[in-house]
Design a protein around this ligand. Sequence first.
Ligand SMILES: O=P(O)(O)O[C@H]1O[C@H](CO)[C@@H](O)[C@H]1O
Length: 326
Amino acid sequence: MRHFFLGLAPPDVKRGRQAGNKSPLGIPTHHSNHSSLASLRYTYEDGKKTADWLLANTKHRPKVAIICGSGLGGLADLLKDQVVFEYTKIPQFPHSTVAGHAGKLVFGNLSGKPTVVMQGRFHMYEGYPLWKVTFPVRVFSLLGVETLIVTNAAGGLNPEYKVGDIMVIRDHINMPGFAGVNPLVGPNDERFGARFPAMSDAYDRDLRKLAHTVASEMGCSGSLREGVYCSLGGPNYETIAECRFLQRLGADSVGMSTVPEVIVARHCGMRVFGFSLITNKAVLDYETKEKANHAEVLETSRQSARVLEKLVSLMVQRIERNNNVA
Ligand SMILES: O=P(O)(O)O[C@H]1O[C@H](CO)[C@@H](O)[C@H]1O
């Protein structure tokens, strides 16, 4: 296993062609107007710089990328012939700040397939704008990744779901998107994708089918669900009224991530698959004393991670080049 401690200070983020004070996360603290805010983002060339740096420092050429949810980073340990980069050492990469997100990018072979795994993702509630949250996805696309697998820890809204169940994501509800909070807001660079991408087929049908096949071969189809994930901004967990509202909207699970990554991956033509691990039941009853908390989320992830890891690695084994399933 090789670790990179090259001591490279991450270069400054593109300033959106404006001067101004910055927070420690590189986020400007003063904006003259909305349009300067909208043009503040990483450019295609920024993504290319980071991708080229990674390609120069590893011989791996991944076709599959996996983003691990809270407490689910153990998946990276299954990679053979690892090359590990701390996020803090990768030019322009944001840094992980949440418990259960180690902040390492791991390249290697998973089930014999060249794969890159994010041990830790970025969330809007950490103070990152969505163009930073989703920067790794664009870097993956520039590395040549064709398939993105996302995992997350989520609260179960569907009354049938139990803690420890795994939900194949069939579709999502982008709650912040209703208010215009979307990673694709701002000037569109056609080299990544079209101005108006479709999202009706965001989660690949063949990979969803494959997940059910693999789960039944593993003998765990009883705890495999399929449903709709709803993303909120966080960081507070939902009120009871909000959970009831989300249920009525048709959401089966709720979390604070994933959707921006999926939107950006689909924008740049990647095939997407996702799992929610149901780490807690959403609180829907005013009589209960139950409360969501991150310690419980991490504990459920710890207990159920092995099944999820096996499911993902068996799926990767069957993903062929050019988006086929073996
Ligand atoms: O979605 P992931 O990153 O798995 O994490 C989930 O767990 C945290 C809350 O416990 C939130 O960050 C929520 O989004």
